[in-house]
Design a protein around this ligand. Structure first.
Ligand code: SF4
Length: 379
């Protein structure tokens, strides 16, 4: 007697079967609407879409990575997006968390690929030097695995900076030839969710956007969704009032540090980094690096390891600025460079408005010093 395949379950069915109440489901839809920076009127549309959408099949690939994005994926607030995410998705292959191993695991992946229309989530960069020998799984190189997994896929979501831009493995001198996924994949919609690690809320929001609207969210010039990377960390930082007042931490543990003043002089890269860390935060929204007393390291920017270091060095003046300039002008200058690449001009307009508002304020004049290790460094 033939074995009938189980009918595909909708996202809502799956959630209700796993004990998530309808009230919690609607809260989830409302919260995700907020993460997507959509007006609240879209919450019912998202709820309606998830009620009928089939659970998407996911193949999660790990290459040259630290597994930090998987850690982030698993450590979401509970009960919350993490729990729901595991119910929203059919994760057919994930080397770190799947029960199957060896041939059984590879067979699961191949079966998912054969069906097509799946989502590929990638963590880690892809080594291309020496014919890809630096990362092989099941006898195949990462290059081969990526090519096979993305064939017939509906979308590729890069989690973390390594798969998005190469990350630390691609930092100079890049001995393994680490390459980003967008540089290797074509013919499939690709979106980047950089960060060390990715914020799982942004992963969920991206997938929910795809299920609701049938397309990936609008992106900036670096392939990042505008809802999560459209604004500077500096513009939503809780220490911004101290920056504006010229109140800066000068040494770790000094009085200013204990008071929660601005970390710019300690190397904070918030003025040149685009991410929703200040508003979305981490660990269930409890805190984030700057909230915990450490400056932003700029991890969601392309080539951050080569361009944002030394980590504790002050941001250098960008080309065109004099030796003495205002910190805000430095930030605005970098914003201008990034905003030029925006695919949607709405955010650029917001940046322009913010710059215009700032132009009416009296800037704080701060002498720019070279970063440690550079000529003229003070620290
Ligand atoms: S420089 Fe850093 S700590 Fe200071 S306000 Fe900007 S983002 Fe916040």
């Amino acid at each position: 007697m033939p074995v009938l395949a189980a009918p595909p379950r909708s996202v809502l069915d799956s959630l209700l079967n796993s004990g998530v109440t309808r009230r919690r489901f609607l809260e989830f839809c409302t919260a995700t609407t907020a993460v997507l920076a959509l007006p609240i009127k879209f919450a019912p549309q998202i709820a309606q879409a998830l009620e009928t959408a089939e659970k998407p099949t996911v193949i999660w690939l790990e290459f040259q990575d630290c597994a930090g994005n998987t850690e982030s994926f698993l450590r979401a607030r509970a009960p919350g997006v993490g729990d729901i995410l595991l119910d929203v998705l059919d994760v057919e292959y994930h080397e770190t968390i799947m029960a199957a191993a060896g041939d059984q695991a590879e067979a699961a992946k191949e079966a998912a690929i054969a069906k097509g229309g799946h989502i590929v989530i990638v963590e880690g960069s892809v080594p291309t030097a020496a014919n890809g020998v630096y990362c092989t799984i099941g006898g195949k190189t990462a290059v081969q695995i990526l090519a096979e997994a993305t064939m017939g896929a509906a979308a590729v979501i890069n989690t973390g900076t390594c798969s998005s831009y190469g990350g630390i493995p691609a930092a100079s001198p890049n001995p393994t030839g680490a390459t980003s996924v967008p540089d290797l994949v074509s013919g499939v919609p690709v979106i980047n969710l950089p960060g060390c690690p990715v914020n799982v809320d942004n992963v969920v929001a991206t997938i929910v956007h795809y299920l609701t609207f049938g397309a990936l969210p609008a992106v900036d010039g670096h392939g990042r969704p505008l809802f999560a990377y459209g604004e500077r960390i500096h513009d939503h930082c809780e220490r911004r009032a101290h920056f504006d007042a010229g109140q800066f931490v000068e040494e770790w543990g000094d009085e200013a540090h204990r008071k929660g003043w601005c970390l710019y002089n300690m190397g904070c890269k918030g003025p040149s980094t685009f991410h929703n860390c200040p508003t979305q935060r981490w660990n269930g929204g409890t805190s984030w690096p700057i909230g915990a007393g450490h400056g932003c390291v700029g991890c969601s920017e392309p080539d951050f390891w080569d361009t944002m270091t030394p980590i504790y060095g002050r941001l250098p003046a960008p080309p065109g600025f004099g030796v003495t300039t205002s910190v805000d002008k430095i930030g605005a200058g970098i914003v201008g460079l990034t905003a030029a690449g925006f695919a949607a001009h709405g955010i650029a307009k917001t940046v322009q408005r913010k710059r215009a508002e700032r132009a009416n304020e009296t800037p704080i004049e701060i002498e720019t010093t070279a970063a440690p290790g550079e000529e003229g460094a003070e620290r």
